[in-house]
Design a binder for this molecule. Structure first.
Ligand code: LLP
Length: 441
């Protein structure tokens, strides 16, 4: 987090809160979220995109992608900083509404929305429902007819652009479940859905949507996808006279997880994209659309560290004769699934003290009953790392708590917001009683 500092005595603090005190009061593991950092990143994205697109004459909306991490507090902060909220399920929608975000400032995604989710979204008056399949067109239109409203819809497109990290999080190549393809002989699936929407008076077709993947560090994929989406928009206008007012370019902006990694800089991507959108629209002879984006990871990821306590330290002799020190902490794959699921790499630092100058090659592992339960694959830690020490793993704000599980009946850790020297629990720690309450015997 931006507010992390090492004090004179060597201990880490975030936003003026000493992590030793925080651990003593709230226990470990805990996600520690720097509120000012979250707000600054949210505002930074909005301002960078507004500025870049204002320069070419287009308006912008930034939606915070709640899947990365959503709670009532963060939904409220994002909205206070001028962002809207992107939700992917009825559950995320409920959190945004509980935070007091007006329906008009919420979007709903999902490749398999239930009727209940669609009805709830319409009752809340969401600003847009992103349609993901042809069958959904009639389902949303029928629900709108039942509710007596006109539903604002977008169509999620599959642009064929393949970008981002692991295969499981790259979303716009053809052989996957999301969106409607631009490819195909004659009318593409995307065009068929757009025409079907125009034929239903209960639906207001506001735009098209493209999300090409996540943890993207090379902006060229966004640019290629934007060109294809704008091309389709021009084709629809030529065929029907309907010029789509909005285009969403999705999320996926990559962050730094390890020292030396360079994140995508919002100001630079915004400028590049504004240039591409302006150029493509000029070539196609269409006016500029209003642009929206949906960053999740880039806003919340870097704001949070996970604080663990070391339980056991065990040197292991490797086949090549070297040694590796296994440092076990009191959490693991239940609070951060990303290393096990995607081979994601993190780093760690001693948080309770500075530690000796000599280091050992360490692997930080969790407390779960499988060897893939790794928190940090490789990190140099002080060779005097010992039981009782606190370890901080940075950049765990996105897809950490939101993908946490209760594997081995481990209660999920709290999220503790720190700001101006004060800590506030925004999501409390689960208890064994919480878990047992679900078990009806
Ligand atoms: N919009 C849509 C339609 C999305 O599908 C996603 C992410 C986003 C926005 C936000 O993407 P972001 O800016 O956070 O990259 N669990 C995986 C990431 C899955 C992303 C799914 N969709 C991980 O931990 O890496």
């Amino acid at each position: 987090p931006a507010g992390a500092r090492r004090g004179d005595d060597g201990a880490l603090s975030v936003a003026g809160v000493d992590l030793r005190d925080l651990a003593a009061e709230h226990g470990t593991p805990a996600y520690v979220l720097d509120e000012a950092d979250f707000r600054a990143r949210a505002r930074g994205f909005r301002e960078a995109f507004e500025r870049a697109f204002a320069a070419v004459g287009a308006g912008v909306d930034v939606y915070y992608a709640g899947k990365a991490f959503l709670s009532v507090a963060v939904a409220r902060w994002a909205h206070e900083e001028g962002l809207r909220i992107d939700t992917a399920t009825g559950g995320e929608l409920a959190v945004a509404l509980r935070a007091g975000v007006p329906g008009a400032d919420i979007g709903l995604h999902g490749n398999n929305k239930s009727d209940a989710e669609i009805e709830r979204a319409l009752a809340a008056g969401v600003g847009r429902i992103v349609v993901d399949s042809l069958g959904e067109v009639d389902r949303v239109a029928d629900a709108a007819a039942r509710a007596g409203v006109r539903a604002p819809v977008m169509v999620r497109l599959t642009t064929g652009v393949h970008a981002g990290g692991h295969e499981f999080i790259a979303t716009a190549h053809e052989d996957q479940k999301f969106g409607l393809s631009l490819a195909g002989e004659g009318a593409s699936p995307a065009m068929v859905a757009l025409l079907a929407i125009l034929a239903r008076p209960e639906l207001e077709l506001i735009g098209v949507h493209s999300h090409i993947g996540s943890q993207i560090l090379d902006p060229s994929g966004f640019e290629a996808a934007a060109r294809r989406v704008l091309q389709l928009r021009a084709e629809l206008a030529a065929a029907t006279g309907h010029l789509l007012p909005e285009v969403d370019l999705g999320g996926g902006f990559g962050i730094a997880y390890l020292p030396g990694e360079v994140p995508l800089e919002p100001g630079r991507v915004a400028k590049d994209l504004a240039g591409v959108v302006e150029g493509a629209c000029a070539e196609l002879g269409t006016p500029l659309p209003r642009i929206s984006i949906e960053p999740g990871r880039a806003i919340v990821g870097p704001t949070t560290l996970t604080l663990y306590r070391v339980g056991t330290v065990k040197p292991v002799t490797l086949e090549d004769g070297g040694t590796r020190t296994y440092v076990s902490v009191d959490g693991g794959m239940s609070d951060n699934l990303r290393p096990a699921l995607y081979g994601a790499r993190y780093t760690a630092a001693l948080a309770s003290r500075r530690g000796g100058a000599t280091t050992v090659a360490a692997r930080v592992v969790g407390k779960h009953c499988e060897s893939g339960d790794i928190v940090v694959h490789d990190v140099a830690l002080p060779d005097d790392v010992a039981p009782g020490d606190l370890l901080a793993v940075p950049a765990t704000g996105a897809y950490g708590r939101s993908m946490a599980s209760n594997y081995n009946h481990v209660p999920r850790p709290p999220v503790i917001a720190v700001r101006d020297g004060a800590a506030r629990v925004i999501v409390r720690r689960e208890t064994e009683d919480d878990l047992l309450a679900l078990d009806l015997g």
